[in-house]
Ligand binder design. Structure first.
Ligand SMILES: [Zn+2]
Length: 447
């Protein structure tokens, strides 16, 4: 019995010691939470038959980095929180001999942030970002940069500016991309070291200026309000003869004044008169104005006059129902009225990068749609038809959350009469403005 008790005490003692050890490990783990860059390499990488730059940052622990793309000169800024430089053999600045990279520099703009700047000859943007365990200890942070043109650069730059924490690792879980990355890695092992001593082009500039943070954003959010149709494109026609283009313009103006009244939002109207605009022109206008949100206003029409109510749409390849698919076709056909579009600036052609950002923007758009639905729930006049999905061309901007609101059915007499009433449009706009403010306060860039 005595032996048994002794054994018990010993066991308790051991588990106590074990517990203390766990606590000590946890505490020292905290103290060592600081990460360190232990090496950097660049090499060429083949992506879709084109040659890009692969940058590998070796770190002690897996890296969470903030990325920014800046112009004049084109450059990628990588900010690494709580990261120090443990790269004695590497000069803090130098030239890069792998296109499109031309120079690099690194340092700590603030004691707790490690910053690496890669200067680029061309408007190259990250097409892949992922982490890999290192062969030895530590971790590797890999960024592949490719020049896909200025539009793709601006799209990526704007998306990163709004969300530098954008989880590109997540986007890379796309099986095809990961498989491709593996293939690339095996075909082209990373072996090209960074040059050590050549001075960078801007070596004469003081390090603090070179590592200065980008200029801050304007202090108000920018919301782009897209009044559907216009000019030679009247949109849907109501039972009593109402033209959709007039309803959308009236509602857009009302929403703009409600947003302006918040004091926190600058509304931008796609059109403030009766003019024809192509769908892509509308997106381009929003981007030029660096909009944080895109909201397109429409009024529906259906064969059955009983259909009524408000729908909030976001982009999807697959429409949520047949009616939604037909509606998207109908709305997209607005562009056919203006003849073929020969615009060269097609962000969709920018490829994988844009799709990556589009996925993130689709998630944000869905959140925005849900916020709108919460706020219009109490609006009298029409069952709410909820959040639906369809391939609306006007929602394809990959760098800003975008929704399309079908404010009601002009083919329904009650909805048509409501939409013709200023007081109804005011009630709707007030709720939309509230939803926009709530969404931006939670998910928008900090102002
Ligand atoms: Zn429409």
């Amino acid at each position: 019995m005595m032996t048994f008790v002794m054994a018990m005490i010993a066991a308790i003692g051991r588990s106590f010691v074990f517990l203390v050890m766990v606590l000590v490990l946890a505490a020292t783990g905290q103290a060592f939470a600081e990460n360190a860059v232990t090496g950097m390499r660049v090499g060429a990488v083949q992506i879709d038959d084109r040659t890009g730059l692969r940058l590998v940052i070796e770190t002690k622990a897996p890296l969470k980095a903030n990325l920014l793309l800046l112009q004049s000169p084109y450059r990628l800024v990588i900010d690494m929180p709580k990261t120090k430089w443990d790269v004695d053999k590497l000069a803090p600045r130098g030239n890069l001999q792998v296109a499109p990279g031309s120079a690099y520099r690194f340092g700590n703009p603030k004691p707790e942030i490690g910053r690496l700047v890669i200067e680029l000859e061309k408007p190259a943007a990250p097409v892949r970002v992922f982490t890999l365990p290192s062969a030895g200890a530590g971790s590797r942070f890999v960024i592949d940069l490719l020049d896909r043109g200025k539009t793709a650069f601006l799209v990526a730059s704007s998306a990163l500016e709004k969300n530098p924490n954008i989880d590109l690792n997540d986007a890379v879980t796309d099986r095809a991309v990961v498989k491709d990355a593996d293939r690339v890695k095996m075909v082209k092992p990373l072996s090209m070291p960074l040059p050590k001593s050549k001075p960078a082009r801007h070596a004469n500039k003081p390090a603090t200026a070179a590592l200065a943070a980008p200029k801050p954003r304007p202090r108000k959010w920018v919301v782009f309000i897209d009044a559907g149709h216009g000019g030679k494109d009247p949109g849907a026609l109501g039972k009593a003869g109402t033209a959709e283009k007039n309803i959308t313009l009236a509602a857009a103006r009302e929403l703009a004044s409600q947003l302006r009244a918040t004091g926190k939002i600058t509304p931008i109207l796609a059109r403030d008169d009766d003019r024809f605009l192509r769908l892509r022109q509308r997106i381009r206008l929003a981007r030029q104005n660096q909009a944080d949100l895109f909201i397109s206003l429409h009024a529906d029409s259906a064969r059955t006059s009983s259909a009524r109510g408000i729908s909030v749409f976001t982009l999807s390849d697959k429409a949520s129902d047949k009616e939604a698919a037909a509606l998207a076709r109908q709305e997209n056909s607005a562009d056919l009225i203006g003849g073929p579009d020969l615009s060269a600036e097609d962000p969709e052609a920018a490829g994988a990068l844009v799709r990556m950002f589009q996925r993130e923007s689709m998630n944000q758009s869905a959140r925005f749609a849900a916020t709108i639905l919460q706020h219009i729930r109490d609006l009298p006049g029409g069952d709410k038809r909820g959040h639906r999905f369809a391939g609306f061309a006007v929602l394809k901007a990959p760098d800003m959350p975008s929704v399309l609101v079908e404010m009601g059915f002009l083919s329904n007499r009650t909805d048509e009469a409501n939409l013709n009433k200023k007081s109804y449009r005011q009630g709707l706009s007030k709720r939309l403005a509230k939803a926009i403010l709530v969404y931006l306060s939670e998910y928008g860039p900090k102002i």
